[in-house]
Write a protein of this length. Structure first.
Lengths: 490, 341
């Protein structure tokens, strides 16, 4: 294997592992802001306990994101030096801005968020939480700006220099605002955010559905589940609407990529494949089911309109079809699943029977895998669909590697990352599970001594009496005054 | 444009120096705490060490990440040459930084003694290895690396020459001392006495290595001396640096740990200043001087440098302000509590 292929594999491995964490940071960040805001407004200790619980998971997830993120920052230079020389002038400023505007903000205030509960006032803590959430959103802005510029470059010109006797071609900024708001930034940013909100919602629903099934922390779990369900349902529907607009944008600016998404080999009427297996050899989608003219209808609002196919591009400028097609279709299918599941749950929620349907709760426990997979596959489709270009239309991936790095070196580092990441992932899951098993320290359970498990079960039993009642009604039993009682029972 | 192109290049060289200084001074002490981590005697002491840097190490590391991003933006050619040229060294560095970070995060999550032991070792070895590699990188930057047409032509083992290795060991001693002084500020009682002895030890080892490195530099890096002939004012920095170093033992002796910490921080500032002067006008010094890449021919366009300057001017005051706020919030001695590591 050569340096280019190995470097691509390493980038795929490290960026996919990294992207397990940032979407949850964004999604949970918003959850924390809401919970702490509610606490400040209502002074209800339940909200504070909930915020403290999610903060622990947020912190663990954040640490994983930081650690795997440093690798990404280095890798442009270590494995893609020609690329770095070519795009540094444009792409680098977005990365540097991410550091200055986002990373300092996030990591600085994270300290207050995690360690500052007893050191600063509740308002100051809320402010810190807002800053962390804002920082993670800023971070996504800059990184999506940088990546979108690679997809749909704008606001630059190509300059030929001679550096130390070496002829060099590179992209330089002409208009910074056009670099920022290039043709696809807004769409892609919205899609990243919606994906993060869906993940955040399903993550919260997964854990709280588990508590509901196990009859632990039930009041907390129902409230969290209900709020997350709304966020999840709205975000899932938005993903469909926004995704449709984004597909048109992709078609307009990266038609080869959209053709690969849809397995549309020949220019002409576009059929919409619900599933199938694209075959490059036969230049068609096999074993599939397609809606005739469906793609034309979606893109042009006209079932007979012509859609540009892969045959419109020279063979060496066509993306591979199988991976983008499969990732895109599975992502869309998952998106439809999210809508169906959350709307069904909302119907039961409306009727007041949601939490009694254990089968549905079990589905929610495992459905968190869906948004993880969908977030990953969305990026796979976007990145593989751009091939063979590393910067659309300007520089090919095969020409962007580091000439001074050997294949053995990259193989060595892939093995190293593979082993470390496998270890980290195992420990991450172990610690995450430990935190979930431990659960939130709800107001009456804030008792340092005694058999903890017993205490939780008992408090859960107490809370079931108040199922379905409003927060304020239940509060009498939830405040700290009841602590001596539960102490006595233990 | 408000600035001449050359001026912008020099400004960004200085700004990168400031980012590197911020990183070395701040992450320097938490790496130093890691280097000293295994000298402690029991679990409680190790937890205090971890929690002394707990709220800040993450933010400190951002200086490095931002340094990397800023270098890509301001000097893409130098970034590409250095990062691809030092491939294996940087992969080891990432390995060390990852292990160190997750060790801090994971260590105290369970009660198991073996678990804690493993992560204690990970934290200490990771911190030491990372510091050593930074030193080796600086040493190589000083004496020059083999480059042809902007591409590194040597290999990893060729980077492990005597001079860079000496600078690597020197960096470990410097950060260990810096970390010990920081710990003296954050601890009390028996542990503080323990740290006190390590301040002296750290300073002693540092002083010996400082003299050795200085002599070796004067002998092996003629470019470093040449710039001092051209820019006589730079001698002031040398004098100030020596004064800062001399003030470290003086402050420790007079029981003024904060002053000792400031002196040790200023010592690091001085070193990076001297390093930058020795480098100037190169970003990457090649063994063959004709192949060296200067800050002028490896920089981005004037437009990008100017935009980046605006970004830095907008962002950095905020960064400094909330860094100060956060250090203020977590001031004082370490107390282990519910949210501690």
């Amino acid at each position: 294997m050569d340096t280019v292929l190995l470097s691509r594999l390493q980038f795929a491995l490290t960026v996919m592992f990294h992207y397990l964490f940032p979407p949850l940071t964004i999604g949970l960040g918003v959850v924390l802001v809401v919970l702490e805001g509610l606490y400040l407004k209502t002074k209800d200790l339940q909200y504070e306990a909930a915020a403290r619980f999610w903060t622990k998971i947020f912190a663990l997830n954040f640490a994983m994101g930081v650690v795997t993120g440093i690798v990404m920052e280095f890798q442009f230079g270590t494995n893609w030096s020609i690329y770095s020389r070519f795009v540094g002038d444009v792409f680098g400023s977005a990365l540097a801005a991410e550091g200055i505007f986002a990373f300092f903000l996030e990591s600085g205030f994270l300290a207050v968020l995690v360690f500052g509960w007893d050191r600063v006032s509740a308002k100051m803590h809320f402010f810190a939480t807002c800053m962390v959430a804002l920082g993670s959103i800023f971070s996504s802005v800059w990184i999506v700006v940088a990546n979108s510029w690679q997809q749909t470059p704008r606001g630059f010109h190509i300059v030929r220099n001679t550096v130390g006797g070496v002829e060099q071609i590179r992209a330089e900024i002409v208009n910074f605002w056009e670099v920022l708001i290039n043709y696809s930034t807004v769409h892609r940013l919205l899609h990243v955010w919606i994906g993060a909100f869906i993940l955040g919602a399903f993550f919260v629903m997964s854990i709280t559905a588990f508590y509901i099934l196990k009859k632990r922390h039930e009041d907390f779990a129902r409230k969290s589940f209900g709020a997350a369900l709304w966020v999840g349902a709205i975000s899932s529907v938005l993903a469909l609407i926004q995704g449709d607009l984004q597909a048109k944008n992709v078609y307009q600016h990266q038609p080869a990529k959209l053709a690969a998404f849809e397995g549309h080999y020949k220019t002409g009427r576009g059929d919409l494949h619900l599933f199938g297996v694209p075959s490059d050899a036969e230049q068609r989608v096999k074993y599939g089911l397609a809606i005739p003219g469906g793609l034309s209808l979606l893109l042009h609002r006209d079932a007979n309109a012509t859609v540009t196919g892969l045959d419109a591009f020279p063979p060496d400028e066509r993306p591979p079809v199988l991976i983008p097609f499969m990732s895109f279709h599975i992502m869309v299918a998952l998106g439809v699943y999210f809508i169906a599941l959350t709307l069904l749950a909302l119907v039961y929620w409306w009727r007041g029977t949601l939490f009694d349907r254990r089968w549905l709760m079990w589905i929610f426990v495992f459905s968190v895998i869906g948004p993880y997979v969908a977030n990953q596959l969305g990026w796979v489709a976007a990145e593989v669909g751009r091939q063979p270009w590393i910067v659309q239309g300007l520089l090919k991936t095969s020409e962007a590697y580091s000439p001074s790095v050997s294949a053995q070196q990259v193989l060595g580092s892939i093995i190293m990352f593979g082993l470390i990441y496998a270890l980290l992932f195992a420990i991450f899951l172990y610690l995450l599970n430990a935190k979930i098993q431990q659960g939130p320290e709800l107001p009456e359970a804030v008792v340092p001594a005694g058999p903890v498990e017993h205490g939780y079960l008992e408090s859960a039993a107490q809370l079931t009496d108040h199922a379905g009642e409003s927060m304020t009604d239940a509060r009498g039993k939830l405040t700290r005054e009841t602590r001596p009682e539960s102490d006595g029972k233990e | 444009m408000w600035f001449a192109y050359e001026t912008l290049c020099v400004i960004w060289f200085v700004l990168l120096g400031i980012l590197l200084t911020g990183y070395a001074v701040l992450d320097g002490f938490d790496l130093g705490v890691g280097i000293l981590h295994l000298t402690t005697r029991d679990d409680r002491e190790r937890r205090i060490l971890l929690n002394s840097i707990g709220p800040v190490w993450d933010g400190n590391e951002v200086w490095l990440v931002t340094f990397g991003g800023a270098m890509l933006a301001a000097f893409p050619n130098a970034y590409a040459t250095i990062f691809s040229g030092f491939y294996t060294a940087f992969m080891l560095l990432l390995f060390a930084l990852i292990f160190r970070a997750v060790s801090i995060e994971f260590r105290s999550k369970t009660q198991s003694a073996i678990w804690r032991r493993v992560w204690d070792i990970g934290f200490s070895v990771g911190s030491t290895l990372a510091t050593f590699l930074f030193g080796v990188a600086v040493g190589n930057a000083m004496i020059g690396i083999p480059i042809t047409n902007m591409e590194f032509t040597g290999n990893f083992w060729g980077l492990l020459r005597p001079y860079p290795l000496l600078v690597g060991v020197f960096a470990v001693a410097l950060f260990a001392m810096h970390g010990a002084i920081y710990l003296y500020l954050k601890t009390e009682g028996k542990l503080q006495e323990h740290v006190h002895s390590w301040m002296w030890r750290g300073f002693g080892i540092f002083l010996v290595l400082y003299m050795l490195t200085t002599i070796y530099t004067l002998a092996a890096v003629p470019a470093a001396v040449r710039n001092f002939q051209d820019h006589a004012w730079a001698w002031i920095v040398v004098v100030l640096n020596v004064l800062a170093i001399a003030n470290i033992p003086r402050s420790i002796y007079h029981q003024k740990p904060l002053q000792a910490f400031v002196s040790s921080a200023l010592t690091i500032v001085g070193f990076i200043f001297l390093f930058s002067i020795a480098l100037y006008p190169n970003m990457v010094t090649a063994v063959d001087p004709a192949e060296s890449m200067t800050i002028f021919n490896s920089a981005s366009s004037a437009k990008t440098l100017f935009i980046m300057l605006i970004i830095a001017a907008l962002g950095m005051p905020f960064v400094l302000a909330y860094t100060a706020v956060i250090y203020w919030v977590f001031r004082g001695k370490v107390q282990l509590g519910e949210h501690s590591y």
